[in-house]
Write a protein that binds this ligand. Structure first.
Ligand code: ADE
Ligand code: ZN
Length: 337
């Protein structure tokens, strides 16, 4: 099968990315250079040694390495460089809007002030908007392996940034930390007028997707691929137009699927679900957004129409204002293909 037409479309069509952890865009080369300037010794001797460690049997094995990598980020400039490197990729790949996750507790728990983290990320976003016209949203995530009290403390600290954050999310180890554990803090988040999102149905069961919708009242489900196990849930996701931010290369690398041909993305689309494609932690999973599109296109035999649907879904599911969404949908509908 020849996919050159699809690949050209993937490269040229405007896209939004709705599920990317900025700490997961930390490329080994940048990690080594920041470690050196911060006089921190990494556990690995070289970029190659570090990359060779990127073999994961499950989410937890990945998270252990991912949190260790974030340890070298100390100064505002570090967060700026990290974010700018990712935004440059966005520019190269025609990602025109990105909603960036970050994990405040990964940094504040080691004594790095939240202001410094946010200022570094934000300044890179402002510069990328000015240079390349990329729009952005920032979404702090609570670490679900920590307590709800700690999440509440983080939320109260985040309140001083006013409306800078659009939504709050929930990430880290899903198994053993179901949505109900964070019901109170999510009530607080919504009471202050923020939207909510949550990782659910990645490694955990379809029930976590129900609970994220019903208990946490999320506007989007991050991953949600295990929904495929529950036909009633698929109906409900379609009926509510509840978007799923699907991350194909992540699912392959973390063994959520054995091979990409088993990935449920096409079935989700066939069930009228607002599925989107995203990179999650591209430095660890072997590719940025377009590589994710390419991987599902070849494995699932996606058509140009499927790719157009996925790109359109990325804007429909975004937190952009209605007029901006319409603008991008219009652009997509006028593409000659
Ligand atoms: N944090 C970074 N990537 C994650 C993922 N795929 N699932 C849960 N938490 C994460
Ligand atoms: Zn994620």
């Amino acid at each position: 099968m020849e996919f050159s037409k699809q690949f050209e479309l993937i490269n040229t069509i405007p896209k939004a990315e709705l599920h990317v952890h900025i700490e997961g865009t930390f490329e080994p080369e940048l990690m080594f250079s920041i470690a050196e300037r911060n006089a921190i010794r990494l556990k690995y001797n070289s970029v190659e040694d570090l990359r060779a460690a990127y073999n994961f049997n499950n989410l937890q094995e990945f998270l252990d390495i991912y949190y260790a990598g974030a340890f070298v980020l100390l100064h505002e400039q570090d967060f700026y460089d990290l974010t700018m490197a990712y935004l440059k990729k966005c520019h190269e790949e025609n990602v025109v809007h990105t909603e960036i996750f970050f994990d405040p507790q990964t940094h504040t728990d080691r004594g790095v002030p939240l202001e410094l983290v946010v200022n570094g990320i934000l300044q890179a976003c402002i510069d990328a908007r000015n240079q390349w016209g990329i729009s952005y949203r920032l979404i702090p995530n609570f670490l679900r392996h920590l307590s709800e009290e700690e999440a509440i403390k983080t939320f109260n600290e985040a309140l001083k940034f006013g409306e800078l954050f659009t939504a709050f999310g929930l990430d880290s180890s899903e198994v053993g930390h179901p949505p109900v554990k964070f019901k109170k803090v999510f009530d607080m988040v919504r009471a202050e007028g923020f939207k909510t999102v949550a990782h659910a149905g990645e490694e955990g069961p379809a029930q976590n997707v129900w609970d994220a919708m019903q208990l946490l009242q999320v506007s989007r489900i991050d991953h949600g691929v295990r929904s495929i196990d529950d036909p009633k849930l698929l109906e409900e996701l379609a009926r509510k137009k509840m978007p799923l931010t699907v991350c194909p290369l992540s699912n392959l690398k973390l063994k959520v699927v054995d091979v990409m041909a088993d990935h449920p993305l096409k079935q989700l689309l066939d069930n009228n679900i607002v599925a989107t494609v995203n990179s999650d932690d591209p430095a660890y999973f072997g590719g940025y957004l377009n590589a994710n599109f390419q991987a599902v296109t070849t494995a699932l035999n996606l058509s140009c129409d499927d790719i157009i649907t996925l790109a359109a879904n990325s804007f429909k599911a975004s937190f952009l204002p209605h007029e901006k969404i319409q603008l991008w949908l219009n652009k997509i509908s006028h593409l000659k293909f």
